[in-house]
Write a protein that binds this ligand. Structure first.
Ligand code: HEM
Length: 137
C-alpha cells in the first residue's frame, strides 16, 4: 500500500474480516425479506412513470431501466404491468435478466391467494400483438 499524499487526511478505516466493499456487493438479497407480489398488484404499475413487469416469475420495477434499454423504451413499455417473458425470449433469450435487473428486483410473483406457484405453473405471459391475436390482459 502506498502512503497517503502529504497533507491529506485519510478517513478510511480498517473494516472487519469479510466486510470489504467486494463482500458487500456480493451479498445476495435477503431471502427472509423477500416480497411476494400478486399479478393484480403488478397490473397497477403499468405506466412509463411506474412500470413493473414479470420476467421468469420475478417482479421487477422497470421504471429506471427505460433509458438504458438497448432496444429502446417502447419495448419495455409493452410489458408494463404484465408478464413479458415471452416477448423477452423472442428478442434475446440469452440476456441475463437476473444480473442486469438485480437492482430493480421487487419480489417473486405469487398466486392471488399468496401461495407460491408450483414449478412450471407460469403466469400468463403476453406475446407480441401480431396478426389478429391481440391480448390486452
Ligand atoms: C428485463 C427486461 C429486459 C432486459 C434486461 C433487456 C435487455 C436487453 C439487452 C441487454 C439488449 C442488447 C442485446 C444484444 O445486444 O444482444 C436488448 C436489446 C433489445 N431488446 Fe431488450 N431487454 C428487456 C426487455 C425487452 C422486451 C420486453 C422486449 C420486447 C418487447 C425487448 C426488445 C429488445 C429489442 C428489440 C432489442 C434490440 C435487439 C437488436 O436489434 O439488437 N427487450 N435488451
Amino acid at each position: 500500500m502506498s502512503e497517503a499524499e502529504p497533507g491529506k487526511v485519510r478517513r478510511k478505516m480498517a473494516v472487519g474480516e469479510g466486510r470489504s466493499m467486494m463482500h458487500w456487493l456480493n451479498l445476495r438479497p435477503n431471502v427472509k425479506r423477500l416480497r411476494r407480489v400478486t399479478m393484480s398488484e403488478v397490473k397497477k404499475h403499468n405506466t412509463r412513470e411506474d412500470c413493473w413487469s414479470v420476467y421468469r416469475g420475478k417482479v421487477y420495477d422497470m421504471t429506471p431501466f427505460f433509458e438504458y434499454h438497448p432496444g429502446g423504451p417502447k419495448y419495455i413499455l409493452m410489458a408494463a404491468g404484465k408478464d413479458g417473458t415471452k416477448l423477452f425470449d423472442k428478442y434475446h433469450k440469452w440476456v441475463n435478466i437476473d444480473f442486469i435487473m438485480e437492482k430493480c428486483f421487487v419480489g417473486i410473483l405469487v398466486n392471488e391467494d399468496g401461495s407460491v406457484p408450483a414449478p412450471g405453473e407460469e403466469s400468463e405471459s403476453i406475446e407480441e400483438e401480431e396478426s389478429e391475436q391481440t391480448q390486452d390482459e
